[in-house]
Design a protein around this ligand. Structure first.
Ligand code: BGC
Length: 813
């Protein structure tokens, strides 16, 4: 949340806090007994239940109403009982505290976001600056396929959360990347629910190992930014269960986060934050989630704001009550107390529902550093974290193409670098996922530390950038954008191309794309497609360098997937760097020089054409109400998202999901099912031996795809069920990887019977380097009778009135 604060016209609600300060205030922070108790969660819950008895209705409503953004930039209501001297300016919100005759619960602090902790670098009355580490974006971290690495990043990230005085991190973001043009894809991990769920769980476990909370978001089916407050995602229960909910289910079951953030969108006609089936029946009762649920900021039309925060559409004064009744415990960012009070008085909100939410919130708050009066240092070890950020970025970048060993480039070689993104390098996306880091190492500087770079070219692009940059017009954008110079129109650039092809050993062209919160990308030139000037630059540089027998590499410093089909044949190597955080430039250089052998693999497909994307005709939605903005998104493709579609309908792709090259080679051998205890609760164990058959050390991310029999249910040709990554294997070295697939992960959702089932028949299992399993010999196992893995709540996720299965235009070849 950034620049829209001035535009708010919300009524400020007077706070009626009963401040009965006479007599002794009994502190509630004695944790002595809890440390001895096995089930801490139950202990916190019992205490929260006791606390509720000492709260007036007014105090309870204060707790349900998050007071919103930081005091410096939001003219709203100040958080109640914020510990003196312990505010963190620039954060996204708070949970109100309480101070009465019995209780003294400090306000808790909530801060974004997915790629680093977000707060103001400067503070009133203080001369110093405060920075956080900018980590690699979510899509890049997921490309590591390395849950240990992601957990380490989470540990360091969580240390910053704690040492800067924050209690809950508003991350990780983990929506499924349904369409490559979603503006916020950079915050998210993958098109696949197993990758998203496992990587998110690793991040949550890392962050929370510090005793601070993580918030998985945006729950659920929040897959378009255009008109994001009012876009209605319309999808069948099976689609939701197997793809969009499944990632969150895995994250909840594997990491039990302190919080879940419900999403802006409607789902099948109702705001997600007002859906009891999603927030209570599924999240709490089926998945056993124990934490608190908070709304996204202004979600559910509590404020009557249009999606761009400029208009007034007429607010729903019952929205807050509907949210609380559904199980959305905390409403951000506040100003709903009067609504809640009115709903309580007119009987639409019961005290029982209010108490449930208060208990859910206070159960988590007791674990927080603020509640426990933690004396934070404001000086985490940023140097160590920056080094980890660089390592994580380099271990995650994906080498898409590398003909005739164009890469690595030996460290003493002369390199010619092209493109303004080498100067204006993107560390991350825009909006609440942006981070105030101390600096960004640009690609030109990173390369200069490891290669002999052509200074004339760096100066040319640096000057061009300074003279031609313009403010980025996107809604939440920060910074500038630029169009590349046209080679044909700039003689100085033509000369530099010709002279560098003579003098330098290799060319490196950087292509950049920025995007972020509040808007989606376009499928046209300059966004999904290269602009004419970018294409011109690639063509001219490739011609000049190839004429001299020299290689050309393209580095993609992008927010999300772009087209490569139109130009990849012109170049020798392509590195998908995504956005690597503040050390992007160093990480790119580490991979290009071979200091780090690339081991990242795509967590999303790179299609041959945008029109091949199964949601391309429905994204970001259809304007049904005629206001010029899309408001209905039909998920016609159903479960056929990403590689599930391309593999099932034989669509060729540019680079398959799971693809990524290394400077060495690997052989897969001895794949076998070593244990099969598949029952409702059992699992399947598979082992494979991975051998480094090349000449340099490297790591390999191996993936397990299953082709399942079809009885009642149609299935995608292959579905990822497990993955793992080797340690750094020396040339000739082997490692045995073990993959465990739970019955739940293997199962498919049978909507007719409200149950997850494993159907009988023969299963083909491919242990493979990518989702292209065409050359892989499967191993098989059989199931003789259908296994019902789990039952689900009947009548959940129903389609809206008037929509039936027949309303979806099913995808085909
Ligand atoms: C975003 C959330 C973010 C919140 C607070 C919202 O606009 O969607 O992801 O956590 O603002 O900044």
């Amino acid at each position: 949340m950034i620049a829209y604060r001035q535009k708010l016209k919300l009524s400020v609600v007077a706070i009626a806090v009963s401040m009965g300060l006479a007599g002794t205030i009994v502190g509630c922070n004695d944790n002595n007994s809890t440390s001895q108790v096995q089930d801490e969660e139950a202990q916190f819950r019992a205490k929260a239940e006791a606390m509720v008895k000492d709260l007036s209705l007014s105090e309870k409503l204060d707790i349900l109403q998050g007071p919103g953004m930081d005091l410096n930039t939001y003219a709203g209501i100040p958080p109640i009982n914020l510990e003196e001297g312990k505010d963190v300016p620039g954060i996204a919100g708070y949970i109100n505290g309480v101070k009465n005759e019995v209780l003294d619960i400090p306000a808790a602090k909530l801060s974004d976001g997915p790629a680093g902790l977000r707060f103001s670098p400067t503070r009133e009355g203080q001369s110093g600056t405060f920075y956080a580490t900018a980590w690699p974006i979510g899509s890049l971290l997921a490309s590591s396929w390395d849950t240990d690495l992601v957990k380490k990043v989470g540990e360091a990230f969580g240390d910053e959360v704690k040492e800067y005085g924050v209690d809950f991190l508003l991350a990780p973001g983990m929506n499924i990347q349904r369409n490559p043009l979603l503006g916020r894809n950079f915050e998210y991990y993958s098109e696949d629910p197993v990758v998203s769920g496992k990587i998110a769980a690793a991040m949550v476990n890392g962050v929370e190992s510090n005793g601070v909370g993580a918030t998985i978001k945006h729950f659920v089916a929040n897959n378009a930014e255009t008109n994001r407050f009012f876009n209605d995602s319309i999808a069948e229960p099976r689609t939701l269960r197997e793809i969009y909910l499944r990632s969150f289910q895995i994250a909840v079951e594997d990491s039990q986060p302190w919080a879940v953030m419900s999403s802006y969108n409607l789902l099948n006609g109702t705001y997600v934050d007002q859906r009891k089936d999603v927030l209570t029946d599924i999240l709490r009762d089926e998945w056993k989630f124990k934490g608190l649920v908070m709304s996204d900021w202004f979600a559910g039309n509590v404020a009557g704001l249009t999606s761009d925060f400029t208009g007034d559409v007429g607010r729903d004064p019952e929205s807050a009550a509907k949210q609380i009744a559904a199980g959305n415990n905390l409403i951000e960012p506040g100003n709903v107390k009067e609504d809640l009070q009115a709903s309580y008085e007119n009987g639409t909100l019961t005290e029982e529902d209010i108490d449930k939410s208060v208990v859910a919130i206070l159960t988590q708050v007791q674990k927080s550093p603020s509640y426990n009066h933690y004396q934070y240092s404001e000086s985490p070890d940023l140097n160590a974290h920056i080094a980890l950020s660089r390592l994580a970025a380099s271990e995650s970048m994906v080498l898409l193409k590398n003909m005739e060993s164009a890469l690595p480039i030996a460290a003493d070689k002369k390199v010619a670098t092209f493109g303004t993104t080498q100067i204006n390098t993107f560390k991350g996306g825009t909006g609440s996922g942006d981070v105030n880091s101390a600096y960004v190492k640009d690609i030109a500087s990173g390369l200069a530390e490891q290669f002999d770079v052509n200074d004339g070219l760096v100066s040319f692009f640096s000057d061009y950038w300074d003279q031609n940059k313009v403010s980025n017009p996107a809604l939440f954008a920060s910074g500038y954008v630029i169009e590349e110079p046209s080679v044909a129109a700039v003689p100085a650039l033509q000369e530099l191309i010709a002279s560098s092809a003579e003098s330098d050993d290799a060319a490196i062209i950087t292509i950049g794309r920025q995007a972020g919160e509040g808007s989606d990308r376009s499928s046209g030139k300059g966004d999904y497609l290269l602009s004419d000037t970018e294409q011109e630059m690639i063509t001219a540089v490739a011609a000049a360098f190839h004429a001299k027998g020299k290689k050309v590499t393209v580095v993609l410093n992008v927010n999300g997937v772009i087209d490569t089909a139109a130009w990849s044949d012109s170049v020798d190597a392509i590195l998908l760097a995504y956005m690597g955080g503040q050390e992007t430039g160093s990480a790119v250089a580490d991979v290009l020089s071979g200091a780090v052998n690339p081991s990242g693999k795509l967590a999303q497909t790179m299609p041959a054409s945008y029109s091949d994307v199964p949601s391309s005709t429905t994204f970001p939605g259809t304007d049904v109400d005629g206001d010029g903005l899309p408001d209905k998104s039909y998920y016609n493709e159903g479960i056929y998202v990403g590689y599930r579609y391309y593999t099932s309908f034989n669509k060729p792709v540019s680079y398959a999901f799971g693809h990524g090259l290394s400077y060495t080679t690997f052989a897969y051998g001895n794949s076998a099912v070593t244990s099969n205890t598949l029952t409702a609760g059992g699992n399947l164990t598979i082992t494979t031996t991975i051998t480094n058959t090349g000449s340099v050390a490297g790591k390999e991310a191996a993936q397990v795809y299953v082709n399942a029999p079809e009885n009642k249910l149609k299935k995608p040709t292959v579905e990822l069920k497990a993955f793992d990554k080797t340690a750094l294997l020396a040339a000739g070295e082997s490692e045995v990887l073990t993959f465990n697939i739970s019955a739940q992960t293997l199962s498919s959702f049978d909507p007719a019977n409200n149950e997850w089932i494993i159907e009988p028949g023969t299963y083909n299992v491919y242990v493979a380097p990518s989702s292209d399993v065409s050359d892989i010999q499967p191993i098989t196992f059989s199931i003789s009778n259908e296994i019902v893995v789990s039952k689900t709540t009947p009548n959940t996720l129903a389609l809206p009135d008037g929509v039936t299965a027949g309303s979806f235009v099913t995808v085909s070849e």
